[in-house]
Ligand binder design. Structure first.
Ligand code: ARG
Length: 563
């Protein structure tokens, strides 16, 4: 039984309000004394022209109380106390029946959602910001797909722009071909930085860069070949990171993909009377909306990042007829996306309202500082490998006998990085601190994974709960708190979708892990003599591991059976 639905239904029999709306208002009170579910009546006062207290009182007097231990009215609230044995049975049996599908639904069926995420730049390192985007985008992809949406993951590679002219120039002057073979991005970055250093001394280099970019745009063979090589070499390195993270895309249509699609957009903007001349550049004025103009063409006629994004937005609407179009990009690009969406709106694209910038904060490290200008960057692959190595050290210390330590370290190490990104509301800046991230008993990935492995080890030792079960035996506070949390899985997912915020789910799995450990510490399992109690507790343990696994999976974090 889905309690929120059931409660919404019985309330709906008493008032003239849409049941879906009622369902959305139902809350889970912070303290069990306040009921297992609560329905606040404030927001209905206007619609029903009655005081909230009065509404609550009237519903309480007439409501069908079947299936509940009791229903009480306290001020403007209706508090529902479920019949615990029935609730436990419903929840645990549902998890047991649905397994990997528990928490999923078909609400999104028939709706396409494009998710633009990761989107690193060719010939530049994949930096932590891109990793942040990758973690969030991948998780949203999984969460939305789980609820039936058809997701299209797009890697909008930064593979076009004047910087490629500079890179060609630098390549011709200073490239070490062996180094390029071995560590392409490091070498490309080295010569790109060198180009800037040299151009400070000799500004004519800039002209040379422009010349090469012109050649590239004109499709000249040598330049195009070089650009293709840079792109392929970079992609190969990016793939290593994606493989470690187990991330996939449906499309790699990057900026260059829109080269032949921009004239059309520029023309359209012009036709709609939005294109204005400004010092030789073509722009869309956004002063009225308190924004600087959106530049469409620079004074030398070249298109820019924003032009390509306009073309991409139209292309995505045409190709995928999206219900929502999501861009997972750092908050330093907030203005860019406001300008983009406003320009689309001014172009009379009513779907501009379906475009969402899912932004996120900055990443810092507790133990080092970087200056990108000097070419000091963290190579993502190195970062992930560091996490894996450090995890291996911890495991060697804690559990040296463990089988397949390498595999476990990889899942736990990489998982700890992803978990750190998804732990707090995405707009917040985050600080990477190895000690904290890798701790087995903080609010960390390893902690949740460890809890899962602990549950699995109990089940291995004592056997799954195949025997007879009496759900009314699960009556300690810790047991019922855990069961209630397990029942709230789908609610947490819907919340995360509503706010496009995976951290809601991360917090949820942390809460589950904490509640399980509390239950485990305060209630006997292996030494319990009452076989019905023992079996029921095993069933609860099994259900918990299932929900943790499903939850972590939606975050893009793997589980291990032993650690
Ligand atoms: N390549 C860009 C960057 O590294 C991010 C692209 C995001 N997506 C987009 N459609 N603009 O900053």
């Amino acid at each position: 039984m889905d309690y929120k639905k059931e409660i919404a239904k019985v309330i709906g029999e008493n008032i003239d309000v849409d049941v879906d709306k009622i369902e959305k208002l139902i809350e889970i009170p912070p303290k069990p004394e306040m009921g297992d579910y609560a329905f606040p009546c404030f927001s209905l006062a206007k619609e029903l022209r009655k005081a909230p207290n009065k509404i609550a009182e009237e519903i309480a007097a007439n409501i069908n109380k079947n299936g509940f231990e009791r229903v009480e009215n306290l001020g403007p609230y209706l508090n529902f106390y479920v019949d615990k044995a029935v609730f436990s049975k419903n929840t645990l049996e549902k998890i047991f029946d649905e397994k990997d599908e528990y928490g999923s639904s078909k609400v999104g069926e028939g709706k396409n959602i494009t998710i633009d995420f990761s989107s690193p730049n060719i010939a530049k390192p994949f930096h932590v910001g891109h990793l942040f985007s990758t973690a969030i985008g991948n998780s949203l992809y999984k969460i939305l797909s789980f609820e039936g949406y058809n997701c299209i993951g797009i890697n909008h590679l930064g593979d076009w722009g004047t910087q490629f002219g500079k890179l060609i120039s630098a390549y011709k002057r200073w490239c070490d071909k062996d180094a390029l073979e071995k560590e392409p991005i490091k070498e490309l970055l080295r010569i790109y930085v060198k180009f800037h250093d040299e151009a400070d001394k000799d500004p004519s280099l800039e002209d040379e860069g422009r010349m090469y970019f012109k050649k590239l745009e004109d499709g000249e063979k040598e330049e195009v070949e070089l650009w293709k090589t840079f792109r392929e070499l970079s992609l190969k390195e990016f793939e290593n990171v994606y493989k470690l993270l187990n991330v996939k895309f449906d499309s790699y249509a990057g900026e260059s993909f829109y080269n032949d699609k921009m004239d059309e957009v520029v023309e359209e903007i012009d036709k709609k009377g939005l294109l204005v001349d400004s010092n030789g550049a073509k722009v869309v004025m956004l002063e009225e909306y308190n924004m600087p103009p959106c530049i469409i063409k620079k004074s030398d006629g070249a298109t820019i990042y924003a032009t390509r994004d306009l073309a991409a937005a139209e292309y995505r609407k045409k190709t995928y007829d999206f219900y929502k179009s999501i861009y997972v990009v750092g908050s330093d690009q907030k203005l860019h996306f406001r300008q983009l969406f406003k320009t689309l709106e001014l172009m009379n694209h009513e779907w501009s309202k379906d475009c969402n910038h899912v932004s996120f904060g900055m990443v810092r490290f507790s133990d080092r500082k970087f200056s990108t200008r000097k070419g000091e960057v963290i190579f993502l692959e190195d970062l992930l490998k560091e996490a894996v190595d450090k995890t291996l050290e911890i495991i060697n210390e804690k559990n040296p006998e463990l089988e397949n330590k390498e595999e476990v370290s990889e899942k736990v190490g990489v998982g700890s990085v992803v978990f750190t990104f998804l732990k707090n509301s995405r707009e917040k800046d985050i600080v990477f601190d190895w000690k904290e991230m890798l701790s087995f008993d903080g609010e960390t990935g390893p902690y949740v994974q460890y809890t899962y492995a602990r549950g699995k080890s109990i089940l291995r030792k004592l056997g799954n709960a195949e025997g007879e079960i009496d759900y009314s035996k699960l009556n300690t506070t810790e047991e019922f708190e855990l069961i209630k949390l397990l029942a709230g899985f789908q609610g947490a997912i819907f919340n995360a979708i509503d706010k496009l915020e995976p951290s809601i789910l991360t917090r949820y799995v942390i809460e589950i892990a904490k509640a399980f450990n509390k239950f485990y510490n305060l209630n006997k399992i292996s030494t319990e003599e009452d076989i019905l109690v023992k079996n029921s507790r095993l069933r609860l343990t099994e259900a918990t591991t299932e929900v943790i696994k499903n939850g972590l999976n939606l975050l893009g974090v793997g589980v291990v059976e032993k650690m």
